[in-house]
Design a protein around this ligand. Structure first.
Ligand code: NG1
Ligand code: ZN
Length: 544
């Protein structure tokens, strides 16, 4: 049943370049948008095979390049439960995308097709969406052409523009009805209901939450945040000022705005002025281009300084709320003592945040390799797994065991607010992937319930001075790491790094190859700005 002639025609319409050397990496494929045509074919076919291999469950295809410049685009595959494509499939997509002739393509694909498409009477199922990039509709159209050609084998639903986390949510709903309605409206309803109820049962209302200015990076998050606000009570909209919402000007995407800009430059994005950001009753927030990252910030009136509340701070805030709710659970049932909680970070987490987790929250801190899929994977080991990258990508995963324990507790204590709140958090926080809209709502709820001001939140701990630099090297593949990327195996300079670290107070430094750019990243952290700068400079010299 191998559809050779159909595949040949579409392959020849979008042939890969003769020197193809693509790689499905941490964030799928991400490249200049003009180079992605042939990749769309390979990704679509692998998504079909993945669906067949999962008993025809629905698979997602998201077309986005997140915080990259407007000229780039990218594509990644979402698994039936809303997770990323399992790692063992990555080399398969990579190899198929690098087959430069149809003969090679066919030779590689045919055995896979015959292996997975055993019952062609049941079709594969795909859901597909894109962000607002100019190239998005053309690239999406290449995928749907392929699906149309292969219509005897595949059904698909095109959602057009969605945020990345919305498509993760919808993919999961297609395969698990109990998770929610598999529509964009269903997504808004789930967030809105849980958000309003969390506030209400804890004695708050949308009227008394903080005011917000949300920088949407001129990306898809702007349109979707507006739709969310429209779908919920009107008093909530009054609290939000949405800026950088020019989705009709694709060249403005991520330019001088967005979560990555704010985190990297440690300054306000264009569109928010100093006075607004100094207002005591206003919290500023930035999404990235596909709305799966969130950072918050403000100008601290006490010192007139830009103050960032990054992924580490968000993780600590959500952990504080969850810990406090767990501590308030009824004591006559000890089941909840069996709940395991873990906070998963990467080596980029500020040392002060890790100390706070271990010494103040008394929770285990786990270091995972960079890339959300690694953090997500670790988080699944806990009943409550809280994971965030410092750059603002993260979420909280609640296990089935957690859910069962809460439901049985609720049976005995039907009016208990802590139990209800924990269950509602499970609905509010996107269980499939980091989600800027959902995380922002969780931040607002946490500040309200914990009765914390943004300044108190920011002062939970003080970040150690740190510096992240990019070093261009001849071949980044020569850099091999171990210990969750905190140590180098190759080249043999780890001893020298260790020595430099030992010469500064509270020093920490590591070197790893980037998974998304052709460069090596050097991170340094120390007790003072001067020592941090020194460490960063000296380690960078070792790398070149
Ligand atoms: P690389 O390029 O591998 O460092 C970057 C981010 C990751 C993650 C990915 C995917 C840093 C230091 N690295 O990875 O956290 O977000 O992009 O977008 O921020
Ligand atoms: Zn993103």
């Amino acid at each position: 049943n191998f559809p050779e002639s159909s595949l040949r025609s579409i392959f020849n319409k979008y042939p890969p370049p003769a020197n193809a050397n693509f790689q499905y990496g941490t964030a799928g494929f991400r490249l200049n948008a003009t180079k992605l045509d042939s990749i769309m074919i390979s990704v679509s076919i692998i998504a079909i095979l993945r669906s067949f291999s999962c008993n025809n469950k629905s698979i997602g295809i998201m077309i986005t390049a997140s915080h990259n410049p407007p000229i780039d685009n990218g594509v990644k595959i979402i698994d039936p439960n809303g997770d990323m494509l399992p790692q063992i499939w990555e080399p398969i997509v990579t190899e198929l995308s690098n087959c430069t002739t149809f003969e090679k393509f066919k030779d590689y694909l045919k055995p896979l097709w015959n292996k997975y498409v055993v019952n062609p009477n049941i079709k594969a199922s795909i859901v597909i969406a894109r962000d607002t990039r100019e190239s998005g509709s053309r690239l999406l159209n290449i995928c749907t052409q392929l699906f149309d050609i292969l219509s005897p084998f595949v059904d698909y639903k095109n959602f057009n523009e969605l945020t990345t986390p919305q498509l993760h949510y919808i993919t999961r709903c297609f395969n698990d009805k109990s998770f929610g309605k598999p529509t964009e409206i269903g997504y808004y309803e789930k967030l809105s209901n849980s958000f309003i109820e969390l506030l209400t049962i804890n004695g708050h209302s949308p009227n008394d939450i903080t005011n917000l200015i949300v920088d949407c990076a001129n990306g898809v998050g702007a349109d979707k945040l507006k739709l969310f606000l429209k779908s919920t009570s009107s008093s909530l909209s009054n609290k939000f000022k949405i800026i950088n919402d020019e989705t009709n000007i694709p060249s403005s995407l991520n330019v001088n705005c967005g979560a990555d800009f704010v985190k990297t430059n440690q300054k306000l994005p264009s569109g928010i002025d100093h006075i607004e950001a100094s207002n005591d009753s206003t919290l500023c927030a930035s999404f990235d281009g596909d709305a799966d990252r969130l950072v918050c910030y403000f100008i601290d009136n006490t010192n007139n300084k830009f103050t960032l509340l990054d992924g580490d701070k968000i993780a600590i805030l959500l952990s504080s709320l969850i810990s406090s709710l767990i501590n308030q659970l009824p004591q006559n049932n000890h089941n909840h003592n069996k709940l395991s909680i873990g906070i998963i970070q990467t080596a980029y987490a500020n040392g002060s945040s890790t100390n706070f987790i271990i010494n103040e929250l008394n929770l285990p801190s786990i270091c995972a390799k960079t890339g959300v899929k690694h953090l997500h994977h670790e988080a699944l080991n806990y009943d409550i797994g809280i994971y965030f990258e410092a750059n603002g990508h993260g979420t909280v995963l609640f296990s089935e065991n957690f859910h069962n324990i809460m439901i049985s507790l609720l049976n005995d204590h039907p009016e208990n607010i802590s139990i209800k709140s924990l269950l509602l958090l499970n609905d509010l926080i996107n269980q499939t992937v980091g989600d800027a809209i959902s995380d922002l709502l969780a931040v607002i709820v946490s500040l309200s319930i914990l009765k914390k001001s943004k300044l108190q939140w920011s002062n939970t701990y003080i970040d150690l001075p740190n510096k992240l630099t990019k070093v261009i090297v001849n071949d980044r593949n020569k850099f091999i790491t171990t210990d969750a990327e905190r140590k180098l195996v190759e080249p043999p300079i780890q001893k020298d790094i260790d020595h430099l670290v030992s010469t500064v107070t509270n020093g920490r430094s590591f070197v790893r190859p980037s998974g998304t750019e052709d460069a090596v990243r050097v991170y340094a952290e120390a007790a003072s700005v001067e020592e941090c700068q020194y460490l960063s400079n000296e380690v960078s010299k070792l790398v070149i």
